[in-house]
Design a protein around this ligand. Structure first.
Ligand SMILES: *[C@@H]1O[C@H](CO)[C@@H](O)[C@H](O)[C@H]1NC(C)=O
Ligand SMILES: *[C@@H]1O[C@H](CO)[C@@H](O)[C@H](O)[C@H]1NC(C)=O
Ligand SMILES: *[C@@H]1O[C@H](CO)[C@@H](O)[C@H](O)[C@H]1NC(C)=O
Ligand SMILES: *[C@@H]1O[C@H](CO)[C@@H](O)[C@H](O)[C@H]1NC(C)=O
Ligand SMILES: *[C@@H]1O[C@H](CO)[C@@H](O)[C@H](O)[C@H]1NC(C)=O
Ligand SMILES: *[C@@H]1O[C@H](CO)[C@@H](O)[C@H](O)[C@H]1NC(C)=O
Ligand SMILES: *[C@@H]1O[C@H](CO)[C@@H](O)[C@H](O)[C@H]1NC(C)=O
Ligand SMILES: *[C@@H]1O[C@H](CO)[C@@H](O)[C@H](O)[C@H]1NC(C)=O
Length: 750
């Protein structure tokens, strides 16, 4: 059995019967003699043939039609162009494949072959019958009690499985071609055969048939919307009552003249279509000019509707809100809003009922009044349905909102806006307040602060024009900024004396406030301290210098100006320099200079000579002119500033006499002339030496005035005083040519 079933939709299956016709030895055997297959599918016909061995077969083909010259090979038939293939897959066998079958392909197909001379030819008759069928949905029964049949023009075999689709979705798969169910209007149905689902029937809308075949008042309505992507559910209203909810946009019904219809998409009921009269002009209707109304909390609102009851007389009408059904005595029967205690004194009906217009006015609106409001009327027999969407009221307060409220830094652009939860009106005029003061020149919903400055910090509220009393709550705006006016104050102010305590305080304005203070001293890289105040206790002269602080918050940091700290102290050290530094001979001059470290500098110098109680002099330098041997002695100075006094150690001033033999030589040379004068001179000289003191020749100054040497040995004073028993170090001052003798604390200093 070489037959290949195609798409498992093959129908009548007959076991092949070898047909031997005519001359002995010539025959065609068709593998399968009859096909019923689907429009669009593929069929394969195959056969084997025999012939007497004396012949050589050169031509084989399939055909259905003849022309003047005889049978036309399917491969040459324009109707089958591109859809036919021959295959000689085995000896004396032949297979024909026809693809993309059309109903016009239904025919008897025969195989024919010829020998090389063309004189001998044979056709296998009868041929293979091929029926091509489409699928169709047939509807039987009435109303909802219908049966659908998936029909074909020939009978499919192989127990085909039928698939049913409802609105494009597979709903049934069965070997029976029948489908019985509860069918709702406006659903579409289609069927297919398993394996060839692509060959499914066109969708059949059931009610279309019924409408055209059976019922004259049956009308199908289509809820037209723009294309909705997410398989919307449509809702139909008849006279205000919801009558259908379905994914199909079609609705069919028996129409009465007074009926009106409206449709909506579920979830967007407020955007329903207007109620339309299907026939005539005078059908029932309720129309709301607004689907939604936005109103300010505290204000009043008018919600209106127009209505028509056709030729029926209205017995009563009312407004209600489905939200408040809990307080109705029967939850299914709407009650007049005017009787609702929640609206007591706040509801009134306005408008002229005669002209078919009713207005519901609600005053002193509260947020809980946000609800849907519907108008219904009743006639003697029935009334307008209460499922029809009404007008949705949204009550909003105003609220000041700040765009990007986390990042309000001075200098940036900022926008505040007056927010309402619903859209109030296009051209509304707004009023802005800052700290309850009206801001002039800002009349839109948006308040721009470009750029925002720290002065904009404040409490803001907004209102709409003519409802100033219904302004929003206040919203605080805080503008952050970095450090400003960063400065240092010193406490106590005034003089800072060594040993006392001083506190430096850093002040800086910033918002948010400074969260970090750091203290620095000029020319010192590492911070000295942190914290807003920096206290230096027991201050010392080393603490003198210039200080500054750095203040920092998340917005930025800034440093203060330098603040000098000048630590005052009484004289700390004092010393005496002697000039000239060499040997001091009688008659020459010597200057003693008192050098001291004090802050403020010493303003009073007093010179003393040891064993002499009264001061010798005052002033920083003490100059002894025309020195005589009586001036020899230990000198010291007392320095004084306003914080104290200090005595230096003493320096010994030696005075050398002129050499005694020099005048003798002079006397010898002039002896002849002035013997008398010489004698007087010698006498006087000797007399003075005897009262002057010690031996001048023993004094040797061994000063090495090497300016590059830091230290050198100075006056050898071991013969002068026990206090100078050791060498005294003298330091050269680079700024001063005069050598200076450092004093050490001595008895004199007290
Ligand atoms: C057969 O298929 C073609 C294309 O697929 C379609 O146009 C035609 O209507 C079908 N015929 C029937 C009877 O279904
Ligand atoms: C009453 O109102 C609530 C809320 O609006 C609603 O969920 C409920 O279905 C209503 N009940 C009736 C009986 O209409
Ligand atoms: C706003 O515009 C409407 C119509 O565009 C107009 O009737 C109304 O007076 C305007 N209101 C104000 C406050 O300008
Ligand atoms: C900061 O300094 C400016 C001028 O330098 C002055 O006008 C302002 O008042 C100061 N601010 C404060 C808070 O001291
Ligand atoms: C501080 O540094 C500057 C420059 O580096 C220098 O001129 C100045 O003398 C220094 N001051 C002190 C007190 O060291
Ligand atoms: C103050 O400092 C000086 C020198 O640093 C020290 O000798 C003295 O004891 C200190 N006084 C106090 C009260 O700490
Ligand atoms: C100063 O007086 C003391 C005792 O009063 C004495 O020992 C010392 O030698 C005197 N010094 C001089 C230089 O006269
Ligand atoms: C310094 O010496 C003079 C004279 O001896 C004395 O009156 C004074 O009190 C001394 N000063 C100090 C600080 O010891």
């Amino acid at each position: 059995m070489a037959l290949r079933t195609v798409g498992s939709v093959l129908v009548v299956f007959l076991w092949s019967v070898t047909v031997v016709l005519g001359q002995t030895g010539w025959s065609v055997t068709y593998t399968k003699k009859s096909f019923c297959t689907l429009n669009g599918s593929t069929v394969e016909l195959s056969c084997s043939y025999t012939y007497p061995s004396v012949h050589t077969i050169t031509t084989t083909f399939w055909f259905t039609k003849n022309d003047a010259a005889g049978p036309v090979s399917l491969s040459d038939d324009p109707d089958y162009k591109g859809r036919v293939t021959y295959r000689k897959d085995k000896e004396n066998g032949h297979t024909l494949t026809i693809t993309d079958l059309r109903e016009s392909d239904s025919a008897e197909y025969k195989f024919r072959f010829k020998d090389q001379t063309g004189g001998w030819r044979y056709t296998g008759t009868p041929g293979v019958s091929v029926s091509v069928t489409g699928l169709q949905v047939k509807v039987t029964g009435r109303h909802q009690d219908k049966t659908l049949t998936c029909i074909t023009t020939c009978t499919l075999t192989d127990n085909p499985t039928y698939i049913w689709y409802k609105n494009g979705h597979k709903v049934k798969e069965d070997t029976s071609s029948l489908y019985s169910d509860y069918f709702s209007d406006a659903d579409s149905y289609s069927c297919a055969v398993k394996g060839r689902e692509d060959l499914r029937t066109p969708a059949v809308y059931l009610q279309v048939k019924i409408t055209t075949l059976l019922f004259s008042r049956w009308v199908t309505l289509n809820c037209g919307t723009c294309t909705l992507t997410d398989n919307p559910t449509y809702i139909w209203y008849r006279n205000g009552y919801k009558v259908k909810e379905d994914t199909s946009s079609l609705y069919s019904d028996y129409i009465s003249d007074a009926d009106s219809y409206s449709c909506a998409v579920k979830g967007h009921e407020n955007l329903h279509s207007p109620a339309v009269c299907v026939r005539g002009q005078n059908c029932w209707s309720v129309t709301y000019p607004h689907q939604g109304v936005c109103a300010l909390k505290g204000s009043s609102v008018d919600i209106s509707s127009t209505y028509d009851s056709g030729y029926d007389t209205i017995t009563s009408s009312l407004w209600f809100s489905p939200k408040h059904n809990a307080s109705w005595s029967d939850k299914l029967i709407p009650e007049d809003l005017a009787t609702d205690p929640g609206y007591a004194g706040r509801v009134e009906y306005a408008g002229e009922k005669e002209s078919g217009r009713s207005t519901l006015r609600i005053t002193d609106l509260r947020e809980e009044d946000s609800a849907e409001y519907k108008f219904i009327f009743n006639t003697e027999t029935s009334g307008w349905g209460y499922s029809f969407p009404g007008t949705t009221l949204t009550v909003t307060g105003l609220q000041v909102r700040i765009k990007d409220p986390t990042n309000i830094i001075e200098g940036k652009d900022l926008c505040l806006f007056c927010e309402s939860i619903c859209f109030l009106q296009d051209n509304l005029s707004y009023i802005w307040y800052k700290n309850r003061q009206r801001l002039i020149g800002h009349e839109t919903k948006y308040l721009y602060l470009k750029p925002v400055s720290s002065e904009d910090t404040g409490r803001y509220s907004c209102a709409v024009a003519n409802h100033e009393d219904l302004h929003s709550p206040e919203e605080s705006l805080t503008v952050t900024y970095g450090q400003r006016n960063t400065s240092v104050s010193v406490s106590p102010s005034g003089e800072i004396v060594e040993g006392s305590s001083v506190t430096l305080t850093c002040s800086s304005y910033a918002n948010p406030p400074v969260d970090k203070y750091t203290w620095y001293k000029k020319n010192v890289t590492s911070p000295k301290a942190s914290g807003q105040s920096y206290s230096i206790t027991n201050i010392s002269s080393e603490d003198s210098g210039e200080y500054y602080c750095e203040a920092q918050n998340e917005v930025g940091a800034k440093i203060s100006k330098l603040v000098p700290v000048n630590v005052l102290y009484k004289p700390k050290t004092t010393s005496i320099s002697v000039s000239p530094s060499g040997e001091i001979v009688e008659g020459s001059s010597v200057t003693l200079t008192c050098i001291s470290d004090a802050n403020p500098p010493v303003d009073k110098y007093t010179w003393y000579k040891k064993n002499v109680t009264s001061p010798k002099a005052s002033g920083q330098s003490y100059c002894i002119t025309n020195i005589i041997s009586e001036d020899r002695g230990e000198y010291y100075c007392e320095v004084e500033n306003k914080y104290g006094r200090l005595n230096s150690s003493s320096v010994f001033v030696d005075v050398h006499s002129v050499f005694p033999w020099v005048p003798v030589v002079v006397v010898v040379v002039g002896a002849v002339l002035t013997a008398g004068a010489l004698l007087v001179t010698i006498y006087c000289y000797m007399k003075r030496r005897s009262t002057g003191g010690s031996d001048a020749t023993a004094d040797t100054q061994s000063v090495h005035p090497d300016p590059n040497s830091e230290t050198y040995t100075a006056l050898n004073m071991k013969t002068r005083s026990s206090e100078y028993d050791t060498l005294v170090n003298v330091r050269g001052l680079p700024s001063d040519t005069a050598p200076q003798i450092d004093t050490e604390l001595s008895d004199y200093e007290k």
